[in-house]
Design a protein around this ligand. Structure first.
Ligand SMILES: *[C@@H]1O[C@H](CO)[C@@H](O)[C@H](O)[C@H]1NC(C)=O
Length: 422
């Protein structure tokens, strides 16, 4: 047992030892020497930024727990760093991992990371939403409708979002997101070091056009019968059917006694609907023996389709960055790793996030308990003052905050983003 354990640890160590680390960032006082503030959105005053902090609750050593936090609210936050060299994942895994804590209880905003190719070099000064990238990966939250983990892979100048819905974490604690791309054109997504999704790049993304399409030249044959039911040719209109009138003279009507033909004209009995009348005759409908179903064009090989056995391949990754719009800011990013080994990434996660998460949760619970106690004290004080007005006041404020939150704007811009990307 001990031997086995030793062997397992040995394997991990070897895997970790042979792994190539393209980028690693744990954030400390020197972070802004490596990370550049983008000038994106600065001219119109809508640019936010990042500050180094461990946040209101954290686990372990405060210095080690520090990451970079978005702020202020309702701004675009963009920063980027350069990797040691341009990296191409030919015949190798590519693993991107980072940790994020939405301390603010993110209502609407991005929490994803981007890898960016060397070819975007001239655009990095204003790195932002429009800068071409190689991978976009991580959580995106807006209300209850958008709570997903994006995996977007550009292919031939078009961005392709994974078709599977991968849920993301929405609480106020640190979580680790890991994307693994493999040379056999499969991918895996891990959250908190556990695999939550996996699949084929062919099946789960629309990078390649479909293999088969409906033949656009095919035409429905003239004699193709799409009528499921037809009138029964055997069915005949019963004799006398058309002789039954729709209305008849009311047999109960009587000429009023004081009716004067001279003054009032010839008396005519009123008519009423004929209870015998059966309406217009229609033949019975029967199954059409010539029915062939709804015609569909036959499938043919799509002339646009060209197989690519290297969908996973991403050339010359050179930069890494965040470009995020958030209504409520405060997300803290930390412990970024780009490597060619899932084992190395998971070990990195074990050594960082896994070691602090329980303590962080305990610290979070303590803060929340203190906040609850403070709120109760305040309520008790206000209660002693009197009255119901206070309650109405708070409700009004809540409503106002809801109305003011430009979440619709973000939904729109997120949709637009996606359209651009897709
Ligand atoms: C792809 O490669 C990974 C890692 O080597 C392996 O675990 C997985 O089973 C492979 N998948 C397929 C479909 O070949």
């Amino acid at each position: 047992m001990k031997l086995l354990l030793l062997a397992a640890v040995g394997c991990l160590l070897i895997a970790a030892a042979t792994a190539e680390v393209m980028f690693e960032e744990k954030f400390d006082d020197t972070w802004d020497k490596r990370w550049h503030k983008s000038s994106w959105k600065q001219s119109d005053g809508s640019a936010g930024g990042f500050t180094l902090t461990a946040g209101k609750w954290f686990g372990g050593d405060e210095a080690a727990a520090k990451g970079i936090q978005t702020g202020p609210d309702s701004k675009y936050h963009a920063t980027w760093a350069e990797m040691k060299k341009a990296y191409t994942n030919k015949d190798k895994e590519l693993v991107v991992q980072f940790q994020v804590k939405h301390e603010q209880d993110l209502d609407c905003g991005g929490g994803y990371i981007k890898l960016i190719p060397a070819s975007s070099k001239s655009k990095m000064k204003d790195f932002g939403g429009e800068t071409p990238y190689s991978i976009m990966f991580g959580p995106d939250i807006c209300g209850y409708s958008t709570r997903k983990t994006h995996v977007i892979l550009p292919y031939k100048d078009k961005n392709h979002l994974v078709k599977k819905d991968i849920k993301c974490e929405t609480d106020q604690l640190s979580h680790v997101y890991t994307l693994r791309l493999m040379p056999n054109n499969t991918y895996e997504v891990y959250i908190d070091l556990k695999k939550v999704e996996s699949g084929s790049l062919y099946d789960d993304f629309d990078m390649l056009p479909p293999k088969k399409i409906k033949d656009p030249k095919a035409q429905k044959p003239e004699d193709w019968d799409e009528r499921e039911k037809i009138a029964d040719p055997e069915d005949k209109k019963p004799a006398g059917w058309d002789d039954i009138p729709a209305t008849i003279v009311d047999p109960d009507a009587k000429k009023p006694e004081d009716w004067s033909n001279e003054d009032d004209g010839e008396w005519e009995a009123p008519t009423i609907p004929n209870p015998e009348y059966k309406g217009e005759w229609k033949p019975k409908m029967i199954d059409n023996p010539a029915y062939k179903g709804i015609w569909v064009a036959p499938d043919i090989d799509n002339p646009e389709y060209k197989h690519d056995d290297k969908l996973y391949l991403i050339k010359d990754i050179k930069y890494i960055g965040f470009e995020l719009w958030q209504v409520k800011s405060g997300s803290i990013f930390d412990n970024i790793l780009v490597t060619d080994s899932i084992d190395a990434a998971l070990k990195f996660g074990e050594d960082t996030w896994a070691k602090i998460k329980d303590e962080e949760k305990a610290a979070f619970d303590k803060v929340k308990e203190a906040e609850k106690a403070a709120a109760e004290t305040k309520k008790a004080e206000e209660g002693s003052k009197d009255d119901e007005d206070d309650e109405y006041d708070t409700e009004d404020e809540d409503d106002k905050a809801k109305k003011d939150a430009p979440s619709a704007t973000l939904e729109e811009s997120a949709d637009e983003d996606e359209k651009d990307e897709l």
